[in-house]
Design a protein around this ligand. Sequence first.
Ligand code: ADP
Ligand code: G3P
Length: 498
Amino acid sequence: MSRYIMALDQGTTSSRCILFDREGKMVSLAQKEYTQHFPRAGWVEHDAMEIWSTQIGVAQEAMYKIGATHRDVAAIGITNQRETTVVWDRRTGEPVYNAIVWQCRRTAPFCDELKAQGLEGWFRAKTGLPIDAYFSATKVRWILDTVPGARQKADAGQLAFGTVDSWLIYNLTKGRCHLTDLSNASRTMLFNIHTLDWDDEILEKLQIPRSMLPRVCPSSGVFGFTDPSIFGGEIPIAGAAGDQQAALFGQTCFAAGEAKNTYGTGCFLLLCTGEKPVSSSQGLITTIAWGLGDRVTYALEGSIFVGGAAVQWLRDEMKLVESAEDSEYMAQKVPDTGGVYVVPAFTGLGAPHWDPYARGAVFGLTRGSSKYHFIRATLESIAYQVTDVLGAMKADAGLELQALRVDGGACANDFLMQFQSDIIGAPVHRPACIETTALGAAYLAGLAVGYWKSQEEIRGNWQLARIFEPGMDEAGRARRLEGWSRAVAAARAFRGEE
Ligand SMILES: Nc1ncnc2c1ncn2[C@@H]1O[C@H](COP(=O)(O)OP(=O)(O)O)[C@@H](O)[C@H]1O
Ligand SMILES: O=P(O)(O)OC[C@H](O)CO
């Protein structure tokens, strides 16, 4: 029997491939950062061909590192940055425009038009989502309206739309399969999470032809086989899920009431609600967690657009740190932020505010403010945003958190995790494997081909590595949270330039 499951983790900042063994341990990893394009203020794009080339490059590298061949890989699981929109020409396989990334705000004015028509409740009832530029629907519409000839080609059935999972499956199968999974479909604002089908009324309203859309499959099951030219032989693609849902699966949060928070480019807190979609009155999203066989599991989600990306900004734009890791010791060179608050609303604010016009801001600077205060305040801003989302989840779902399970690149930062625990007043549990996104995709694929027999078997693989206990007094917590909420209100009042 094959020895490994391959996870392809196509994230916002990097493409990654990890090979896992039966205990859920990483056997080989390869990763490559790729180019972020910011053609205008608030716009974010990726080159879809670079997504594909880096993803396939790291897959081959991960196999090469341990001398694995296609025979050693029982199945591939795909997980991906969600909502990011690729539209390609079926005849050439070429994208007609760059991938429009989930963070991109270009369609905010069109979303305002939809809201002005009073459609907010209509969309939410069908899709579980608020109307926002974050989701794929208005991005597809923008491409059809803007790229010369796109509308005509789409009407003639020549164009295909997909989120990044679809784009990878299409290329891995050399154009044979145009598919997606339920969790990714639920992020498009085109998919009805109750009927489990693309919603014809929404398609009509947005003038998006159904012929562009992929077929929707369960998250665990054989989607197709890789073309033999890629790995030297066929490998089944047996799992796919959006990265945040995959992380929920990788953290083995299978039962209603179990939650995790991922600290990647953004931060995403997901609470499993079981087979029941729970609707939100607090600015959270109702989303499909995964489909297994004919059973669909739902989740409530708080989506924060800028998490670890704020640390990347400190590194790449502000040049205040040389590496993301350095932020940890530099933040601890000062005992507190000295009253400085950073609001990293670089692409507006997601949950619970949903304000596309908010922009990043720094408050509380004094003559004594140093770069260390600035770095510390940036890290703290990540934890404050998570605290706001937790508050919404408590109000919506009555979540009484015993402990917060964490994962994702930035959860390696001990300072951030300690501050997170302090500011929510609850323990933070960091597992041994923080690559839970990839692990979740591997589990979905492995279950489909019998590599793992059951979810119970998988549960046994989860291991705790470190607990962060809250140490901040109530008064200190309340004072900081009050400062943070004033900073957010001020950043929202400023409103960015169009
Ligand atoms: N030690 C660290 N401290 C703070 N942030 C970090 C650290 N390591 C990585 N990051 C941040 O985490 C993000 C990468 O996490 P990852 O889970 O790989 O994200 P993605 O899947 O979105 O590409 C980057 O934005 C990076 O700045
Ligand atoms: O790339 P990540 O891990 O920050 O995840 C991005 C999300 O899927 C966007 O919804």
